[in-house]
Design a protein around this ligand. Structure first.
Ligand code: GLN
Length: 539
């Protein structure tokens, strides 16, 4: 019988529910269990693909092409749970499906209601993951308890334990225990209120995970236990980590969360083996080198906009025993202040993906700077497209070269719409999405980084390199070293005459894990370490 763990959040948003859920997944996997992860998001968009990164951070793309919440990135980085379309549902998707059924006449004349029709649809989304052989499904409910939008989801998970038996379900509530400076103490009242809200709708949490700046005393835990109606051993502290998010699972195990979950769900498992995780953190804490990377993007001020890229850089840093200092640079500032002022002194420059014209010229200038100065450069998606535009204008002499995304009338449309995109008008879920094969050119930098001749990487784009210009660019030293199997789509470009200049049309950051860094990120960070040491010698 598959057990179900439900993770809810209270008091405030951004408590790190995704990270905590991912950590629980990791702990259970390392105890020898088969785990599946899922996120239910109460907003009405069908998926986050149409949202600006300002709203919801990065859009995380899965192999199957679904555009999902960035918490799924944590799930993939921490666990081996296969993620698919069924791993992320939103209110929009649930309603869409119920409304389609109603239009097909599947409700046989009934009035269609939140309870039971919407809640049934939510429960069936949860049950989809409980396939034979799966020991535990972890379902994270987005939003904060008390939000109007979350209610059908909370009602559905309440009913779930009636359907499959209370002993097979575990409700974990993540809450905030703030420290009030003026009072000089931790305050438990917000937690009492948020658990109160949950109990009002019939959910008694089994475990409380308390986010806090300071350690909880025994008396604090006792008080929370009493007022929230849980045993004291089920009040688990999760203190802020100022060093690394990868510490979270270790600290949860230190506070006994593994034993608590295994015993409450009567799961027969060993105690989790996290030795490699500890070694990884040891490497992170004791770097042999330090490098600095500039990420030049449109949303530099937003921490979550390129989340997986920052994570992948950290993974690659651990691989090289290098501390990677990342500076987020607003592309528009490069336009205003010039690359010399903003980008001198970096060991690598990365231009990430994106949409829209704002900051494009700044990205192009940053790439020119990296190309001319021999600074390691890594371009991702729009970053690759900008590298092509830069090369076209400044090496091939094609004045005014551009992408038709930004200038429909450019004299040199070096980046143009994919053929398959030409008739599409809807914006949601219509890009070239998900994992596609890419063939690597023997002897190229890409092939040497990957150590093979083909890879599968995840895409999310509408535009591509215009093949009309390919021969001309190759003759001038911009090599296409990765293509779709039929050779039609340029997926990787690199510069022959440069220490490390590589750009990809896909998103390698989605496939990097702390325990197995993505090979292109490892290559880039390795080149940055090299650049730093050469720079050191020159000084
Ligand atoms: N806007 C570009 C395109 O649609 C790049 C997309 C991206 O960087 N994800 O092709």
């Amino acid at each position: 019988m598959t057990r179900h763990i439900f993770v809810t959040g209270g008091v405030v948003s951004s408590l790190g529910k995704g990270l905590t859920s991912a950590s629980i997944g990791l702990i259970l996997e390392r105890a020898g269990l088969s785990v599946r992860m899922q996120k239910l998001d109460p907003y009405i968009n069908v998926d986050p693909g149409t949202m600006s990164p300002y709203q919801h951070g990065e859009v995380y793309v899965l192999d199957d092409g679904s555009e999902t919440d960035l918490d799924l990135g944590h799930y993939e980085r921490f666990t081996h749970s296969p993620l698919t379309r069924d791993s992320n549902y939103t209110t929009g998707q649930i309603y869409l499906s119920v409304i389609n059924k109603e239009r097909r006449g599947e409700f046989l004349g009934k009035t269609v209601q939140v309870i039971p029709h919407i809640t049934d649809e939510i429960k069936s989304a949860i049950r989809k993951l409980a396939t034979p052989g799966v020991d535990v499904v972890i379902t994270e409910i987005g939003g904060t308890v008390g939000d109007i939008e979350s209610q059908p989801f909370l009602e559905a998970i309440r009913q779930f334990s009636l359907d499959i038996g209370k002993e097979n379900c575990l409700y974990i509530h993540l809450t905030l225990v703030p420290y009030l400076k003026a009072a000089g103490e931790l305050k438990t009242k917000p937690t009492q209120h948020s658990v109160g809200l949950l109990r009002q709708i019939g959910i008694q949490p089994d475990v409380l995970i308390c986010r806090t700046e300071r350690s909880l005393s025994h008396a604090d835990r006792q008080k929370i236990a009493l007022f929230c109606n849980v045993p004291i051993e089920a009040v688990i502290e999760e203190k802020d980590k100022d060093f690394s998010i990868y510490e979270v699972p270790l600290s949860l195990v230190e506070h006994g969360l593994d034993e608590l979950i295994l015993s409450k769900l009567a799961l027969d498992a060993s105690s989790p083996n996290l030795d490699d995780w500890r070694q990884m953190l040891h490497r992170l804490r004791n770097p042999a080198h330090e490098i600095s990377i500039a990420v030049v993007g449109k949303y530099a001020e937003h921490r979550d906009a390129y989340k997986s890229i920052y994570e992948a850089l950290d993974h690659a840093g651990m691989h090289h025993s290098a501390q990677v200092r990342v500076n987020r640079i607003q592309a528009e500032s490069v336009e205003q202040e010039g690359p010399e002022r903003l980008l001198s002194g970096y060991d690598g420059i990365l231009v990430p993906g994106g949409f829209g014209e704002r900051g494009i010229e700044g990205k192009i200038e940053a790439i020119r700077f990296a190309r001319e100065r021999g600074i390691p450069f890594f371009g991702i998606c729009l970053g690759m497209q900008c590298a092509v535009i830069e090369f076209a204008r400044n090496v091939a002499g094609l004045a005014g070269a551009h992408s038709t995304e930004f200038n429909k009338d450019t004299p040199h449309p070096v980046i143009c719409l994919l053929d398959e995109q030409k008739k599409i008008t809807d914006k949601g879920g219509t890009m070239r999405l998900g994992a596609h094969p890419c063939m690597l050119k023997t002897g190229s930098l890409a092939a040497s980084c990957y150590g093979g001749d083909s890879v599968y990487e995840r895409h999310r784009h509408r535009y591509e390199l215009n093949n009309v210009y390919r021969k001309q660019f190759e003759s001038l030293g911009l090599l296409v070293t990765g293509t779709s199997p039929d050779g039609a789509l340029a997926e990787i470009i690199e510069l022959a005459e440069h220490p490390w200049f590589l750009a990809v049309q896909y998103h390698p950051e989605f496939k990097s894990k702390p325990t197995s860094p993505h090979r292109l990120f490892a290559g880039f960070v390795g080149a940055a370490v090299e650049h730093r040491s050469l720079r050191g010698e020159r000084v």
